[in-house]
Design a protein around this ligand. Structure first.
Ligand SMILES: Cc1cc2nc3c(=O)[nH]c(=O)nc-3n(C[C@H](O)[C@H](O)[C@H](O)COP(=O)(O)OP(=O)(O)OC[C@H]3O[C@@H](n4cnc5c(N)ncnc54)[C@H](O)[C@@H]3O)c2cc1C
Ligand SMILES: *[C@@H]1O[C@H](CO)[C@@H](O)[C@H](O)[C@H]1NC(C)=O
Ligand SMILES: *[C@@H]1O[C@H](CO)[C@@H](O)[C@H](O)[C@H]1NC(C)=O
Length: 510
């Protein structure tokens, strides 16, 4: 064999390389691996957690995932006329690297792209309508807003560049114990300041005009978060990035990533609702007390039961109306609900003929090909946005029909739409489906204090990150962070937690 002739030092080096970079930096693992881990909630956050827990802790650990509803959580589809449509989280940014990675790992693909066309409704008419010609759009914007538009792209780009650092940190196994530290590691004090301001303050401060904010930025924050520019600057920037080109979705439905990751992680799905979590000392055979464990109580179809776990990760939002979990016997106490509310978004899918004149459109409907209508703030506005939607599986040769043909429209509104309101918007309709979500946090003030990632020694919380910004990728980033954190804290690897100046240090390590 060739290998036998190699000097021992080379073999050692090869061995270190094979165990990966993490092997170089980490201390020898003294402690045994945990035996069992519970994950509460099977949305994208819980599914990604299971996937990375498996990667961190290996094949020996038992991973149980509790979910009383359907796998996917806020990623969900609704069937109309034999086709499925996204009714929850629907678009993914081209630089969302975790979501891209999962697609590759799971053998899924991106949905076939159907070119979109955007317009902005000011309450009376379409004040802006995208043309098929980039140069026309560009000149229109330049005419109306000077260089605000270009500057906005650069502003978002600058934030995105820093945001992207998180992937390198996570690749090297670094984790963060709070949302503030995570934000700081990505973008330093600048990111903390951004999150500590409203988007409006941040953008006015950066020299954008008030009319640009009202007429372009507000419609974007309304379609993405159903809220105004008084959301925090960080989620605002995420929102503006969500208006860039190259957005994509998963062929067959975004929720397929969740079921795929679950299967891949070999976690066991327990169809039950977790009602309480408490600490228990596990008695040892010798009579002494062993390591404390967490007791998870849950209720499913076959009644209530409980199990013991070494580590528990809560991947359901701990807020009013979203989960109801009692944390018992913790000191300091852990609340069932953290401060702050979630914002209601009503999604209405309508199959029918749009009354284009309610948008002030005078062109014949057969020529109306706009797919996404955003809205400005207006005293009489009942909707936040209106889009012509394509099924989660786009047939080959498909092109989006014009408004003269009955098709499926998706409306976002803060309140349920009345029959009268629907009748004003549609000339006819034969299917109406409504879903009321507590969709994302009500970002009605700058980010001051976020819930912690670490609730107790080995009890973690994913949803803290949503207060910085809520998106599939944010849940995925939080999930990987918490899986790493759980691993490093279990094995006492403090050097991988909350390190400062990583972007400089990693540059020289490379
Ligand atoms: C209408 C809408 C549009 C959106 N658009 C986008 C978009 O275009 N792009 C984007 O990136 N994001 C979008 N989002 C946000 C995105 O969907 C969420 O950020 C993301 O799906 C959150 O995932 P999660 O796993 O953290 O939480 P969830 O999906 O809420 O998962 C939590 C799970 O926990 C379960 N659970 C609750 N209580 C318990 C309990 N006691 N025991 C066990 N399980 C429990 C729930 O049933 C749920 O399945 C949108 C959201 C909505 C509602
Ligand atoms: C956030 O803003 C408040 C009030 O403007 C200020 O007191 C606080 O120090 C700021 N925090 C950070 C982290 O910048
Ligand atoms: C279509 O909308 C216009 C403008 O809101 C309204 O005047 C008209 O009555 C609507 N048409 C129908 C058939 O409802």
């Amino acid at each position: 064999m060739m290998l036998r002739t190699l000097p021992a030092r080379t073999l050692l080096f090869l061995g270190l390389c094979l165990t990966g970079r993490r092997g170089l930096a980490s201390a020898p693992e003294l402690r045994e691996q945990p035996k069992s881990i519970a994950v509460v909630g099977a949305g994208i956050g819980g599914a990604v957690t299971a996937y990375f827990l498996r990667q961190e802790f290996g094949t020996g650990v038992k991973i149980d995932l509790f979910e009383p509803g359907t796998v996917g959580g806020r990623l969900a589809t609704e069937e109309i006329g034999g086709a499925e449509y996204e009714i929850g989280g629907s678009i993914i940014h081209p630089l969302n690297l975790h979501m891209k990675h999962f697609l590759d790992r799971l053998g899924l693909s991106q949905r076939r792209d159907v070119p979109s066309k955007m317009a902005i409704f000011d309450g009376e008419q379409l004040s802006f309508q995208e043309s098929d010609w980039f140069i026309v759009n560009f000149l229109r914007m330049l005419w109306r807003y000077g260089f605000n538009f270009l500057r906005m792209q650069m502003w978002v780009e600058g934030i995105l560049d820093k945001f992207m650092r998180i992937y390198q940190y996570q690749q090297f196994g670094y984790s963060f114990s709070s949302v503030d530290r995570l934000l700081h590691a990505m973008g330093g004090d600048g990111f903390l300041l951004l999150a500590n301001q409203t988007l409006e303050e941040a953008m006015l401060g950066a020299g954008f005009s008030q009319s640009f904010l009202n007429e372009i930025v507000v419609p974007v924050t309304r379609v993405n978060y159903g809220q105004s520019v008084r959301i925090n600057g960080f989620v605002g920037a995420v929102s503006l990035a969500g208006a860039e080109s190259g957005l994509w979705a998963v062929d067959g439905g975004n929720k397929m990533v969740c079921s795929g990751l679950l299967y891949h992680s070999k976690a066991q799905l327990i169809p039950a609702r977790v009602t309480a979590i408490s600490t228990k000392q596990r008695p040892m055979r010798t009579g002494g007390m062993g390591l404390s464990m967490y007791e998870v109580n849950y209720v499913g179809d076959s009644g209530s039961a409980h199990s013991l776990y070494d580590i528990v990760i809560v991947a359901a939002p701990l807020h009013q109306g979203l989960s109801q979990i009692a944390f018992q016997g913790f000191n300091p106490p852990i609340p069932s609900h953290f401060p702050g509310r979630y914002h209601q978004v009503v999604v209405t899918l309508v199959r029918g003929l749009l009354n284009t004149s309610f948008l002030g459109v005078t062109d014949p409907p057969s020529e109306f090909l706009v797919s996404d209508i955003l809205t400005m703030e207006h005293k009489d506005s009942v909707i936040s946005s209106l889009s012509s939607v394509d099924p989660v599986q786009v047939p080959s040769g498909y092109s989006r029909p014009p408004a003269s043909v009955p098709k499926v429209w998706k409306i976002f509104s803060p309140r349920p739409l009345t029959e009268a309101q629907l009748s004003g918007m549609f000339l006819s309709r034969d299917v109406v489906r409504e879903k009321r979500w507590l969709a994302y946090p009500l970002y009605d003030r700058p980010l001051r204090r976020t819930p912690p990632f670490v609730l107790h020694e080995r009890l973690y919380y994913l949803g803290a990150v949503e207060w910085a910004a809520s998106a599939m990728e944010m849940s995925a980033i939080s999930a990987r962070n918490v899986a790493l954190l759980a691993h490093h804290r279990w094995h006492g690897q403090a050097g991988k937690i909350d390190q400062e100046d990583l972007h400089i240090r990693l540059r020289s390590e490379l």
